[in-house]
Ligand binder design. Sequence first.
Ligand code: BGC
Length: 766
Amino acid sequence: MKFRRSLSLLLLSGCFSTAFAQSGNQAKIESLIKKMSIEEKVGQMAQVTLDVIGKGKGRFESDEPFSLDDAALKKTLLQYHVGSVLNTSNNRARTPQVWYGIISKIQNVAMKQSKHGIPVIYGVDEMHGATYTAGATMFPQQIGQAATFNRALVKNGASITAYETRASSIPWNFAPLLDLGADPRFPRQWESFGEDPYVISELGLAAVKGYEGEDGRVAHPEKVATSLKHFLGYQVPVSGKDRTPAYISDQALREYHLPPFKAAIDAGAKTIMINSGIINGVPVHANHHILTELLKEELGFKGLVVTDWGDIENLYKRDHIAKDDKEAIMLAINAGIDMSMIAYNYETFCDNLIALVKEGKVKESRIDDAVRRILWVKYELNLFDKPTTNPKDYPKFGSKAFENAAYQTAAESITLLKNTDAALPLSKSAKILVTGPNANSMRTLNGAWTYSWQGEKVEEFAGKYNTILEALQLKAGKDKVTYLPGVSYKMDGKYYEEYADKLEETIAAAQTADVIVLCLGENTYTETPGNLNDLYLSDLQTELAQRLAATGKKIILVLNEGRPRIISKFEKKMSAVIQSYLPGNFGGDALADVLYGDVNPSGKLPYTYPQFPNALFTYYHKPSESRETTEGVYNYDADYNPQYVFGHGLSYTSFKYDQLKLSSNTLKAGESMTISVNISNTGKVTGKETVLLFTSDLVASMISPDIKRLRGFDKLELKAGETKTVTFRISPQDLAFVGTDNKKVTEPGEFTVQIGDQKANFNYSL
Ligand code: BGC
């Protein structure tokens, strides 16, 4: 056993050096490492937030305008040799020119005044566009991107974000987020591509290719290095609250959480960020099994592993698995961390790690491994030759073409969930009342990670774009549109704080309107400040909806929310329901186009929309959770009762599926089969349809198989009356599941294929 382990290690380290050799920089990296002191190596492993080297205390508006502090720069970069900086200063976006000035100065000190001239690697969170750059193009957040089910749109969005990030002189993006967004309570579900491992893998891959380039050549000045996050199992803590304990079996980790990361690593993603949480009692930052055995050895990840914010300190101060900072640093570095996102107390990190190496508690070979990975990424990014990129070389920054791409993604993300009696599209002659806390806010259209961490500065930066109200006024004419908020968010309070705002006037105004466009949802949040106690939509918004419904007027409910807040108390009274997610700066325009029928909606839900707080399911639940009828006297009715199922999304046209054909009704090991189906547009207008292919494994040895799993998707456009055939290819590996021994297996037996309402069975044999 021991022999086998060391043999596989040997083989893996063989691959590792080949990769270096291929990059052509291995010799340079090795010779640098030989020349570096322990202090210099440890400094490379440290990452500080920009405020640390800025004038003033940081995070205060009184520290504006931001400028770098020469003494702090010298101490951090020259005395402590810190290798990386992250984040913006004072939590606000900067122009590309300001970024260029800041980063040029940092690189000048790091490269011209130090012994080895190693550039700093600068990283930020550009989650749906260049978050921290004023004037950048904001796309829908990842959850909306997922609803498009359109790989090309996701890739193009990432590519534009990479361009605008480099236009800001920044080469490293802490994206994409590959967490399994399987819990609607979690405050970051909207940052994910939803609940399905296959969708996350496919769209994650598209994003990595958009950011890093098809060939992964991030030296290209329009590409950035990605940081896949958060490895592994971040979004499913028991409490539903951020950074609290999760209990996940190895089997479930591998079945549901690992595939998107594996796909992105296989595609060559350069860096990875670790889950801030705790799995099965062990903080992931101290988990040698996950960081070294699984990530570096088994998956063969050769890039750099960075912590999340302050997470080494958390091992001591939050989780109490270390008695002090020093022990925490020892645990994390020995577990496999390469770089610590410290973010402030870099002296503590560096001094302690140097001491640990000198005491033999952290091996120098472990430090060399970390530094080798860090330098590798710096070379891959060509930072030694081109440490900054100049905004003047990026004429397409914020261009019309980029804006159109963001609009297109928003338009394809919008998901029509209900449309009774063709309540939509609206007639332009109708008098509409626009109301609700989300009706006139650029902030709520964007969500957090927009010009600041929690999104509270959006109105300051996004004034030129249209809110839902403004877009409707432009479309239908101001004389057709009345606006009254009814309920408003307290913009300087907690994200969930609201107040009645002209509520009585709103109800009175409803009497004279033909249609009510009711814009409900959430204000902006992420991470711990976004924790939630009650998944029902707020009481005040529910009251607004119910009182409006009592007027008997037709109501179009527009949801603008980061997670599916429960609407079952009034959903039946709504004529139409539209989910807009967090569609970005062009969300208002896209929504107006959908509401008036200039765009035919084609988004599909990338998660299961719950109907009750104690009934949270994913679509790939177990048969025991979905026993609608049983034989005999007992009736376990409707345990599985979502408001809307995963993949649900209506159109203004209708689609008919038929002619499901399998190339054979038997599949053998080593072979593959094709599955085709015809889709016809049976309505009156052109529409786009996402075709979802599910399979069900009817009998399997592992507990019980999932009810069904998505194995393929494709999106196509059909004119009225047009029919197209979609073909998928399936191999036995696509049907595999992770067994109790944590290994993937495809067991012989019967499977069902389902596309739309079409079903067919086939048999798999060895
Ligand atoms: C978040 C990460 C983010 C990091 C840097 C953390 O608090 O969890 O997703 O990349 O901060 O801003």
